[in-house]
Write a protein that binds this ligand. Structure first.
Ligand code: HEC
Ligand code: HEC
Ligand code: HEC
Ligand code: HEC
Ligand code: HEC
Length: 468
């Protein structure tokens, strides 16, 4: 039976005729892209190497005095700390190059004086004190980043294929301790989604520690008043190191933006959210990713899967129907009025704008459906872009409904529907139909159901037709 990997090899090598000629970096990008449709910084070419002095994970932090901590080691020795608030002065790019230097290093030596609670990387432990962040995070897609779709694909990989795991979990469950628990679960066999006694850190996806903990040391934004603790030894988990990087859109680019040399189609990177944002008025007006996706620092990360968030990002105006010598004329105008990047930003969602006539009984009348798609549509094997009708910030599109009035037509329905996981629905169907999902079959089946369940109606207006 063909494995998912064989399927992916077919999808890239044979069809493009390029095989391994482009080297690991491109191979792995196409691989990841073929499975996930999104990635940045894949393989060797991805992240800039972190300068040793800025790698806090390599510095075993000691709780005792601030002078011995990673915070000090991340500052160039000749830069005096002038900020009374003790906020780390490492520039944002340097901090992030180290913070997101993947594969992430293991936490290492436990700092002296750390209690078992301080050492726990389990998000539920963080939640015992940081209840508000935990509650919000729990309902977010970051907490669901190791759902059945990715698990079903990881299930086909060998337990020892750590580099292959990294191609996916570098963004979905990036801690070294998560890589370990994933490898252990694969080695144990059985259902990969099942909780097991050894440790389930990988199942929780983008956990608190993935963004906030390196070498057991906590990193976070400065307090809302701009301050940070000076007497860190007196706080739980040795306090934290405050960095403005957490308030910066570049923090999110680690996983939501491709590197310039990565996979592009039709001159556009496959994942370009940060650059789309940077080119928009939102960046000029100081509206960061966090300001929209973490309002008031809430850990929500709602996006296209959430109807309310999407509704807030677009303005829809309907032109109600008129009839002209037996023809119905109507229109819908959709404007990207409040999305900080392309609407939508990824190749995975599909937005469908449509008009259709219905009978008095609410039956759809054949031949009356007209549609317009807002999406970046690729060939299923990702070898070409078929169309890109996404809306840049402040751009709009008008859908004109023009059709003969069908016999018995009583109502015109104008509607906007969203399929947040349209690409994945197709991918999962292919994996199941081709027999590529073997060990992960049940999970992929589950993922297919989820991808269909995520569809929703963003806007609907029903107009009685004149004389009805
Ligand atoms: C550079 C970061 C990155 C890498 C590497 C990556 N992904 Fe993703 N993945 C994302 C982001 C961001 C999303 C959400 C946006 C979307 O749906 O396109 C996502 C969404 C998904 C989804 C749909 C949501 C879900 O959980 O069901 C699946 C499945 C998935 N990825 C699988 C994979 C697999 C398999 C790999 C490795 C072959 C991989 N990803 C590698 C960033 C990444
Ligand atoms: C025993 C309680 C406790 C636990 C458990 C705990 N914390 Fe904290 N945390 C605190 C306290 C208290 C502060 C200091 C808040 C302040 O003074 O502003 C703090 C501060 C922080 C900050 C800095 C907040 C800011 O304003 O930037 C981050 C980030 C953080 N913790 C993350 C975590 C993570 C991640 C975990 C789990 C791996 C965790 N904490 C577990 C009590 C706890
Ligand atoms: C995807 C990365 C990410 C994850 C996962 C994450 N955080 Fe955060 N967290 C951030 C960012 C970014 C900020 C700063 C937001 C801002 O400044 O607008 C922040 C802020 C905080 C703060 C300071 C809040 C405040 O009001 O000042 C605390 C405490 C915190 N996080 C704890 C947690 C805990 C606990 C979890 C897990 C339940 C968690 N975080 C998960 C990125 C993350
Ligand atoms: C370490 C990688 C990583 C980082 C850093 C990260 N994300 Fe994500 N993000 C992901 C992955 C993976 C997903 C997809 C989860 C899934 O559905 O399986 C995701 C999903 C999302 C979604 C949900 C989109 C939807 O489809 O509805 C939003 C919004 C989001 N991220 C915003 C942010 C913001 C804002 C930041 C910065 C504060 C950030 N992310 C940082 C990896 C990351
Ligand atoms: C002005 C508010 C705003 C800003 C700024 C913003 N977003 Fe969004 N974002 C939205 C809205 C609204 C949606 C839902 C509609 C959509 O999907 O385009 C969304 C959707 C998303 C999604 C869902 C996937 C998709 O295909 O659309 C991701 C991921 C995301 N944003 C990440 C980011 C990142 C990363 C940044 C910063 C570089 C950012 N956003 C900046 C408002 C914003």
């Amino acid at each position: 039976m063909k494995s998912i990997m064989d399927y992916l090899h077919d999808a890239l090598g044979e069809r493009t005729g390029e095989g391994m000629r482009y080297g690991l970096s491109r191979w792995c990008c196409v691989l990841v892209v073929a499975v996930a449709a999104t990635l940045a910084g894949c393989g060797e070419s991805g992240q800039p190497a972190a300068p040793a002095k800025t790698a806090p994970a390599k510095t075993a932090p000691v709780k005792t005095t601030p002078a011995n901590t990673a915070s000090q080691s991340t500052r160039p020795a000749d830069t005096p700390v002038v900020d009374k608030t003790d906020v780390d002065k490492t520039d944002v790019d340097t901090f992030l190059a180290s913070h997101w230097a993947r594969p992430l290093a293991p936490q290492g030596q436990p700092p002296a004086g750390f209690t078992p609670t301080d050492l726990s990387l389990d998000p539920a432990t963080c939640g015992t004190c940081h209840a508000a962040q935990f509650e919000a995070w729990r309902g977010s897609l970051h907490a669901a980043a190791m759902g059945p779709g990715i698990l079903g694909q990881l299930a086909e990989m060998a337990a020892g294929a750590r580099d292959e795991h990294q191609d996916c979990i570098r963004c979905h469950a990036p801690l070294a301790e998560q890589a370990d628990s994933l490898a252990a679960a694969l080695a144990a066999g059985g259902d990969l989604a099942e909780l097991r006694p050894g440790g389930n850190l990988h199942l929780h996806g983008m956990i608190c520690a993935a963004c906030h903990v390196r070498g057991y040391q906590r990193y976070g934004p400065p307090r809302r008043d701009g301050s940070a603790p000076k007497d860190r030894a007196n706080f739980p988990h040795g306090g934290w190191i405050a960095s403005r990087a957490f308030e910066d859109s570049r923090f999110c680019a680690a996983c939501h933006q491709f590197e310039p040399d990565q996979y592009a189609l039709n001159g556009k990177l496959l994942e370009n959210t940060y650059e789309e944002w940077k080119a928009s008025r939102h960046a000029r007006e100081g509206r960061t990713c966090q300001s929209c996706h973490m309002p008031d620092r809430r850990h929500l990360w709602r996006g296209i899967h959430d109807p309310e968030t999407t509704r807030a990002g677009v303005t829809i105006d309907a032109v109600k129907p008129t009839t002209d010598s037996g023809r119905i004329l109507a229109a819908l105008n959709i404007r990207n009025s409040g999305t900080g990047h392309q609407f939508p930003t990824y190749v995975t969602p599909k937005v469908i704008v449509e008009g259709v006539q219905e009978s008095a009984q609410g039956k759809i009348l054949p031949g009356t459906l007209q549609q317009l798609f807002i999406e970046r549509r690729l060939k299923p094997d990702l070898s070409a872009e078929l169309s890109d009708t996404r809306l840049a910030p402040d751009q709009s599109v008008t859908f004109n409904y023009r059709a003969a009035r069908a016999p018995g037509a009583r109502t015109l329905v104008l509607r906007v529907r969203v399929e947040p996981d349209a690409f994945y629905t197709g991918l999962y169907r292919d994996l199941l139909a081709s027999g590529s999902a073997a060990k992960g079959r049940r999970l992929i089946q589950h993922a297919l159901e989820n991808s269909i369940a995520s569809q929703y109606t963003l806007f609907e207006s029903r107009y009685p037709l004149p004389g009805a």
